[in-house]
Design a binder for this molecule. Structure first.
Ligand SMILES: [Zn+2]
Length: 357
């Protein structure tokens, strides 16, 4: 009898503490996106048909690094931290090889519509280009920044210079490191060095630097400003895919995994974050599913609506690869819920959080 009573009290306490807003300790969230990384590479690693071969039939360094016989070995070779830690201790969505899908609900399947859907919690047909149009939608980052305990404690970084428009910085007042101002107002020697590195790297794309200095700036902010919500946008892989460079596309995915591990272990080494921080990693769109169209994405490229989502944290049960269909629009409410807040209940039309329990 006593045992039954204790069990029901424990169950009640568990229910109360898992309700989000009543979380015992303040929750932090780190969100990282990898632009245009296909579910195919995410769940099954490199595909042999995509390597460019030399006269001797060799796929070169990329094939040596990333080709293994079994799909589980290949995905671990490509993204070791993802598969050894996030997928094992958290959850991943979108494995089409077991019939589960994660997909966009916007019908356009390119970046701005994807990021807007992800962070506003629903597709918006007004977002129909990658132009620097201030987002009419309030993103979950802007919304959280207006909640008690989060004011001034939300930060975002991304090389792509459309990010300030996606987050509507003029309205949201969110600090966003972007383009050639990866650290917006550098005050320390280290911050100035990060901006210098960004400018000193090869100028591969006109809008901003490769991902490394973006990650350095994000980690520096984690250490010095300790935001409760941090967003890091990684973008190199999509560029290499458009160029048809499968080798560099894989290398970018592999480095993204290393960046994610570094950001996560930095957070876990700090008392402000350890044990009370969640991590959500995802992508803004898929790409074509054949050797002919894998470079491209957009509404005319079949299968480019397919995405994937990975989640890890103190409120995320260890369920591994999930067999459930989800959408990118569920991410905004999931981010809020991991932070202990209810976005879906507050914003009309926003999709519900991912079914993590
Ligand atoms: Zn693209």
């Amino acid at each position: 009898m006593l045992r039954a009573l204790l069990a029901s009290i424990t169950a009640l306490l568990t229910l109360t503490t898992s309700g989000g807003a009543q979380s015992p300790s303040p929750r932090n969230v780190i969100v990282i996106t990898i632009d245009g990384l296909r579910w195919q590479e995410f769940f099954t690693g490199a595909s042999r048909d995509y390597f460019k071969r030399d006269r001797n039939g060799s796929g070169g360094d990329a094939e040596r690094r990333f080709w293994k016989d079994a799909p589980e070995q290949r995905r671990s070779a490509l993204m070791p931290f993802m598969w050894s830690t996030i997928a094992r201790e958290g959850q991943v969505f979108g494995d089409a090889t077991i019939g589960s899908t994660s997909r966009l609900t916007n019908g356009l399947w390119f970046s701005y519509p994807g990021y807007s859907e992800m962070f506003a919690g629903r597709a918006d047909p007004r977002i129909d280009s990658n132009d620097k149009v201030p987002n009419p939608n309030v993103t979950v980052f802007e919304w959280l920044n207006g909640r008690a305990g989060f004011e001034g404690r939300v930060a975002a970084f991304g090389s792509w210079d459309v990010l300030p428009s996606i987050l509507n910085v003029d309205r949201s007042r969110l600090p966003v490191g972007s383009g050639w101002n990866i650290v917006p107002n550098p005050t320390t020697e280290r911050e100035r060095a990060i901006n210098q590195l960004a400018a000193d790297l090869p100028r591969l794309w006109g809008y901003g630097p490769p991902d490394a200095p973006v990650v350095y700036a994000a980690i520096d902010t984690l250490r010095t400003r300790k935001p409760r919500v941090l967003y890091v946008m990684l973008g190199e892989g999509d560029e290499w895919a458009h160029e048809g460079r499968y080798d560099l596309y894989l290398d970018a995915a592999s480095r993204a995994d290393r960046f994610i591990e570094r950001i996560w272990t930095t957070a876990q080494s700090m008392p402000e974050y350890a044990g009370q921080t969640s991590l959500l990693v995802t992508t803004d769109h898929g790409r074509g599913a054949t050797t002919k169209d894998w470079r491209e994405h957009g509404k005319d490229v079949p299968a480019a609506e397919r995405t994937w989502i990975a989640v890890l944290g103190p409120d995320v049960p260890k369920l591994g690869v999930r067999r459930v269909n989800v959408t990118t629009s569920q991410i905004a409410a999931t981010i809020a819920s991991l932070a202990g807040e209810n976005f879906a209940g507050a914003v009309t039309g926003a999709a519900p959080p991912l079914p993590l329990r």
